[in-house]
Design a protein around this ligand. Structure first.
Ligand SMILES: O=C(O)c1cccc(C(=O)CC[C@H]2O[C@@H](n3cnc4c(=O)[nH]cnc43)[C@H](O)[C@@H]2O)c1
Length: 303
């Protein structure tokens, strides 16, 4: 992740074409967002290695912090521990980590992904759960000597009508914390305007290029991260106006990106559209269609 080249609401950059994005045709000088690990991010991993000595998280007799009284009253940690390597085939170095919010999304990704090269873990809904869960997984993998080669925030999302329709696949050029800032009488002030850092996480350029090449029909644009699902026409219109390059909104991407940035791991976001961004109509969400598209997209990108 790099500092934003443009303001959060800047107009769309031209969508990269698959040919322009193919790694073999990438410019000799990578964009700043590209990292050394990115070129191999979706390539075949190195041979699997035996797992390191079991950690407390693997040893029921030694409770992990997740089981201490401090967590009483909190929801159960989704499956972060279940996501740790437990057998040699799962312990190979350099796998791709795919982080979802809920198990249903993880199942859809697993149905299309190669389990030897891709590790799929649901870490909870919202940017805080996403950041905490991803940071923990990345740190544990690095401590065991098997860091992930890249991390992908994946799942379903709301699509901005006219930009990404229900059933579409979306790749995030940037993941933007759209509600990180302050309300003011004159409108929303992003953290950039408050002098508190950045609300924008660029996708790793090489990783995005590889994904776009594998998914030529995907819509490439900004994906907003919000702690609250948009549920009125007025909020949808305000977001659409503030973020003309936004194609979708979800709840985790920016959190996953922050964890990836701190770990020095390439990041990207992949979403399939289950519903339009607009007045709340939960019954109209096309979950089956979005999960099916998620399986198809993962199979093409990392199957
Ligand atoms: O029914 C609800 O209002 C609701 C509230 C929070 C989460 C959900 C989920 O189904 C969790 C899955 C996941 O879906 C993403 N998502 C899907 N559509 C949208 C949207 O229009 N705006 C924001 N996020 C969306 C999000 O990443 C959730 O974690 C349901």
């Amino acid at each position: 992740m790099t500092p934003p080249e443009t303001e959060p609401g800047s107009p769309p950059r031209p969508a990269p074409t698959p040919a322009a994005l193919h790694p073999a045709q990438a410019p000799a000088s990578p964009q700043p967002a590209a990292s050394p690990r990115a070129a191999q991010a979706l390539a075949s991993p190195q041979p699997a290695q035996p797992p390191a000595a079991p950690s407390p998280a693997h040893t029921p007799a030694t409770p992990s912090p997740a089981h201490t009284p401090a967590r009483q009253g909190l929801p159960a940690r989704p499956t972060a521990e279940a996501g740790l390597p437990t057998r040699p085939a799962e312990a190979g170095p350099g796998r791709l980590l795919v982080v979802t919010a809920v198990e249903a999304e993880a199942e859809a990704v697993r149905a299309g992904a190669d389990p030897l090269t891709v590790h799929v873990v649901p870490v909870g809904v919202g940017p805080a759960a996403a950041a905490a869960g991803t940071a923990r997984l990345l740190a544990l993998a690095e401590a065991r000597g098997h860091p992930y080669r890249a991390v992908l925030s994946a799942g379903i999302a709301g699509g901005f009508p006219g930009r990404a329709e229900v059933g579409a696949t979306v790749l995030g050029a940037r993941s933007i914390a759209a509600d990180l800032g302050a309300e003011a009488p004159g409108g929303f002030l992003a953290v950039e305007e408050l002098g508190f850092g950045s609300s924008v996480a660029d996708a790793d350029a090489a990783l995005l290029a590889t994904l776009a090449s594998a998914l030529p029909h995907a819509v490439v644009g900004d994906v907003l991260t919000l702690a609250t699902v948009t549920g009125t026409a007025s909020t949808a219109a305000a977001l659409s106006s503030r973020f003309p390059a936004a194609v979708a909104e979800a709840m985790e991407g920016f959190g996953v990106a922050c964890a990836a940035r701190d770990a020095g791991v390439p990041f990207a976001e992949l979403r399939t559209i289950s519903n339009p961004v607009g007045p709340r109509d939960r019954a109209a969400w096309r979950l089956a269609e979005a999960f099916s598209a998620l399986t198809t997209a993962t199979a093409k990108a990392c199957g």
